[in-house]
Design a protein around this ligand. Structure first.
Ligand code: BV8
Ligand code: ZN
Length: 259
């Protein structure tokens, strides 16, 4: 509790807050974390080898099937109290590594996606934005699905995510770096902090004088960067943090439970 109060004190007096999230914030909604999203058909693959341009080139229906299965899974679940508490942090800049849309569905409309989105497919050849195929409900163990063809050049449509070895969207990376170097407090939630350059964002904030607060049930390489480490789950810790930092707001906002 002392840590939550310390973190709340830092948040309450902050002018500019950044919330930086990873797969852990969506875990309690039932979205498998990146490392856990390997079941059924993809069990014998490792995420980093599937999430690559090479894998899509070699096996387009295996990779497209994986992303359709993940998109279907995300569309069948809901934001949890962690996402809602982040949305309740009125003027916070939300930066995520997640490719799901749960922050937006919780109310964080201008979420910065560093690694793209499951909901923005495009042509792998000419880059033309493509329509989302109607999800027909993917079998739990998953299946190979041949990607749609581009309406402009008949090339293969690929998921609108950033694969390993690919550059991050420039505008998103710049917005994230700017917000991190300008903020007073950066809250990092549910990330193992091991994938770069995204993992640099909390470190950039700390180097720029911001107080970093980490929410994660497990230790991570960010423990030493954080001023306050809150060992707990996002859906449990974040509503408490918001209610303690902004008790009056908690009163009028159903998302925040009174502490
Ligand atoms: C690039 C989209 C070059 C796709 C993803 C420097 C050093 C070392 C390596 C590199 C380096 N720079 C670049 C690299 C290579 C590589 C990299 O970082 N490799 C790592 C693994 C060593 N980076 C790249 O390839 C990047 N591109 O460098 O391009 C370039 C530059 C210019 C021009 C051309 C090329 C691109 C990286 C992006 C890859 N795409 N996702 C998809 O989703 O399929 S990364 C993907 O994995 C996610 O987006 C996320 O970023 C990452 C997973 O991490 P987390 O989100 O943290 O999730 P994880 O499962 O690891 O952990 C969950 C955490 O939550 C845990 O800590 C757990 O304790 C916690 N938790 C669990 N439950 C809860 C919880 N917390 C709170 N509440 C709970 N309930
Ligand atoms: Zn095309």
């Amino acid at each position: 509790m002392a840590d939550v109060r310390e973190a709340a004190r830092l948040l309450e007096k902050a002018q500019r807050v950044v919330v930086f999230t990873g797969a852990g914030i969506s875990a309690e909604s039932g979205v498998p974390t990146f490392r856990d999203a390997l079941t059924g058909l993809w069990e014998r693959f490792d995420a980093q080898s599937l999430a690559t341009p090479q894998a899509f080139q070699d096996d387009p229906d295996l990779v497209w099937g994986w992303y359709e299965w993940r998109r279907h899974r995300v569309s069948s679940v809901h934001p949890n109290p962690g996402h809602l508490a982040v949305a309740a942090m009125r003027n916070a800049v939300v930066i995520t590594q997640n490719v799901d849309d749960l922050h937006e569905r919780a109310g964080s409309a201008d979420t910065v996606h560093l690694h793209g989105s499951l909901f923005m497919p495009r042509c792998a050849q000419c880059g033309e934005a493509a329509a989302l195929p109607s999800t027909t409900g993917e079998p739990d163990e998953g299946r190979r699905v041949w990607p749609p063809s581009c309406v402009r050049c008949a090339g293969l449509v690929r998921p609108g995510v950033v694969w390993f070895g690919e550059a991050l969207p420039e505008a998103a990376l710049e917005a994230a770096a700017r917000a991190a170097s300008d903020c007073d407090v950066l809250l990092t939630v549910g990330t193992s902090g091991m994938v770069y350059p995204a993992a640099e964002i909390p470190r950039l904030a700390a180097r720029s004088g911001a107080a970093v607060i980490q929410v994660n049930p497990q230790p991570t390489p960010l423990d030493s960067v954080a001023l306050v480490n809150l060992r707990g789950s996002a859906a449990r810790v974040l509503p408490d943090l918001v209610a303690t930092a902004w008790p009056d707001q908690a009163a009028e906002d159903p998302a925040a439970e009174p502490s």
